[in-house]
Write a protein that binds this ligand. Structure first.
Ligand code: NAD
Length: 492
């Protein structure tokens, strides 16, 4: 193990020391271009990371291909045991994983320990159990033109290229490799170059868990590495989490080999406040939800559709919520909003606010406290008085900026909620559950929460339609992304 434990140093000083790629369980010195990884909360350089050279991407794919036969030939019970060993090792290193996420993403520690580390590991455990499932379907008899019987069994797709975005480096990776390994596939994992350290650390964890060599390989790199991996002839399936712009490029790259894709992309999710609701009882929940992880969440419910009769009450209640927003040091347990990942992203987020104000919109609420001297922080803003076609209403801002739009009646709320290029998530605040359920059924979104919903279930599908992507992760749906059905028919 080259990973240090956190010894006596505070977690805030911990930086994973793994800088090597992991190919067939061996640490491999990267031979490609290097870049600096910065802590977005302090602007300090955390590490200089070398990327995989093109031939190293090829080596990782070859390793995954060589491992595929033996891994897919194991029984589900054997694969499950190996995956649980990996989950055990993740548990044993949860402090390092936590510190790595907080330091490279800037996620507040209070969010990272539950929603990232603990949840991620519990999802891996669920996937490990799902590896054991017998998915055979007995179709029974068919008489035309001769009597036969049929079963449908499944076989794994093959080698998976898994490419992840920066905002949840542990969870996004587990959603992909956990499901792929459970299905009997092998994986080459490429994280965002902005947050590669958590994934590099996986290399050590894979070795410590004695996962069979080549089953899970980790490489790092920029766009070129992503292009090479997603268009690679040795790859059978590409699973990507990131922006819709890159998602559409990935689809083209994968199409060259006629490979299937799973695309988990962005969103502009609506949160609908129906008439008759007690806005005061949930306004804080609502605002702390979209601003979670600094608004850098695909399912951030940042398009607030509020019934016109409740609009003034909603704004009054929201002022309290804004009082509770603490922007700053992610290691401070009071903090609920950390930094943006990079200065260009911070400027882009601020640009949306300036643009909205220039277009006649208003900053209805904002946090105006001084920001730390260092770090890429943005104060949260609630925008309003914009048409539903305004940029800030239609585009994913991916920062602590939400927009409120009033509606006249439920018909209009549904129409506005569905008036988006995305289709990832939505929330309905309803006084009556049946009414909330009725509205939920009319929304074009992969997940609909009613009255705030609850935790991210390992057994429920997650993903979206339209520009939010293709396919689903998590649950049985997530595993099916990596399985092909095989019809077996025999004569009687
Ligand atoms: P991004 O699209 O900028 O980058 C994601 C990854 O794509 C990076 O690893 C990058 O190196 C790689 N890449 C870039 N160009 C490529 C190419 N041509 N070929 C192959 N790979 C390429 O995304 P990001 O900024 O890191 O992440 C934020 C986005 O991810 C947001 O839009 C967010 O909504 C989305 N997201 C979606 C989900 C979901 O489950 N639906 C979850 C988290 C984040």
């Amino acid at each position: 193990m080259t990973t240090t434990n956190t010894d006596s140093r505070p977690l805030r000083d911990f930086v994973p020391q793994v800088r090597t790629l992991t190919i067939a369980n061996k640490p491999v010195q990267p031979a490609g271009e290097s870049w600096e990884v910065r802590n977005p909360a302090t602007e300090d350089v955390l590490a200089t990371v070398g990327g995989a050279a093109p031939e190293q991407v090829d080596q990782a794919v070859t390793a995954a291909r060589e491992a595929f036969g033996p891994w897919s030939s194991l029984t589900g019970v054997q694969r499950s045991a190996a995956m649980h060993r990996l989950a055990d090792v993740f548990e044993a290193h949860r402090d390092e994983l936590l510190a790595s996420i907080v330091n490279e993403v800037g996620t507040p520690v209070s969010l990272a320990e539950g929603m990232q580390v603990a949840l991620g590991i519990s999802h891996l455990r669920w996937q490990a159990e799902a590896a054991k499932k017998d998915r055979t379907v007995h179709l029974g008899g068919f008489d035309q033109p001769v009597p036969t019987e049929s079963d449908v069994t499944h076989f794994p797709v093959g080698v998976v290229a898994a490419i992840t975005g920066y905002n949840y480096p542990l969870n996004l990776a587990i959603y992909k490799f956990g499901a792929a390994l459970a299905a009997g596939c092998t994986v080459v994992l490429l994280p965002s170059p902005r947050t590669p350290l958590t994934t590099l650390l996986f290399g050590d964890l894979v070795r410590e868990a004695e996962l069979p060599a080549g089953v899970l390989n980790t490489v790092v790199g920029g766009t070129e590495a992503g292009q090479r991996l997603s268009a690679h002839r040795g790859v059978d399936k590409v699973s990507f989490t990131g922006s819709d712009a890159v998602g559409s490029k990935i689809m083209e790259q994968a199409a060259r080999n006629l490979n299937g894709v799973t695309l988990e992309l962005g969103g502009k999710s609506a949160s609908i406040v129906l008439p008759g609701t007690e806005v005061e009882s949930f306004a804080t929940d609502m605002h702390l939800r979209w601003s979670r992880n600094g608004g850098q969440g695909c399912a951030a419910l940042a398009r607030l559709l509020v019934h016109e009769d409740l609009y003034d009450r909603f704004l009054a209640a929201s002022a309290d919520a804004f009082e509770q927003m603490v922007v700053g040091d992610p290691w401070d347990r009071e903090t609920n909003i950390g930094p943006m990942i990079r200065p260009d992203h911070r400027d882009r987020v601020r640009g949306y606010v300036d643009d909205a104000v220039e277009a006649g919109g208003k900053k209805l609420l904002s946090v105006e406290k001084p920001l730390p001297d260092k770090g890429y922080f943005v104060n949260p803003v609630l925008l309003g008085e914009l048409g539903h076609d305004a940029r800030a209403v239609q585009e994913e801002i991916f920062g602590p900026v939400a927009v409120v739009v009033p509606f006249r009646d439920t018909e209009e709320a549904v129409r506005l909620a569905n008036d988006t290029a995305y289709g990832l998530a939505a929330n309905v605040w309803a006084a009556d559950l049946d009414e909330g359920r009725h509205v939920a059924e009319r929304l074009r979104a992969g997940t609909v929460w009613i009255n705030g919903g609850g935790g991210m279930r390992p057994d429920a599908p997650f993903g979206g339609s339209g520009r939010s992507g293709v396919g689903r992760e998590l649950g049985e749906w997530g595993i099916r992304e990596y399985l092909e059905p095989r019809h077996i028919q025999w004569r009687l």
